[in-house]
Design a protein around this ligand. Sequence first.
Ligand code: SF4
Length: 236
Amino acid sequence: MQRSAPWSRSRLAALNAQFEPQHPRVVLDWAVRVFGPDVVQGTGFGPSGIVIMHMLAELAPGSTVFFLDTDLLFPETYALRDTLAAQLDVTIERVHGGLSLDEQAEQAGPALWERAPDRCCHLRKVVPLKRYLATKRAWITGLRRDQSKQRANTPILQWIPRYEVFKLNPLATWSRKDVWKYLFAHNLPYNALHDEGYPSIGCMPCTQAVNRDGYTREGRWQGRDKTECGLHVDPS
Ligand code: SF4
């Protein structure tokens, strides 16, 4: 059965106008009060995600944070997950699609990420996310407007028909500088690969180091038109 949005589009617009000048903590506080345990944070343990985890741990200790395990994450990312789980009062859940890399190779051929990355992302990220969010009401992400041209118009709050959840992007208005300032001010850990020239870190086959300043999503799917894994692209 289709879950209905508790607010009309006009209410969403009013809330976005209200949230726009507010600190992300205000948005998160609203989310945990409105949605309770039905709001979850999704993260790949990037700097923005860590900032949100820290705020959530203070506002609502024990909050659920999930990550999509594609089986292709860097060892540094798994190590960071363990460090964060020990340091912050959140519950980290692993979300996996159930399809092993061997099974994927049998069904779709080897190294699908090289031949058809959109299909690989669909199988390893979009399908598991949709299944996981089916029982949730709201999804918090670390999207920021300064991360790429495609994210420049990211709202703070939106309804996502594809997953039938509200999506909250509390750091939409923050810059990369704001995020790193918060990380250092609170002595929070971050992925060791950032110090090796990786501005954005996803799966190993699709992430490269870059040696210049620019959008923070550079280094993902280099040499291809692809800029998003599909999680944040609503086809409707
Ligand atoms: S980022 Fe690359 S390896 Fe990871 S799911 Fe997408 S295509 Fe596959």
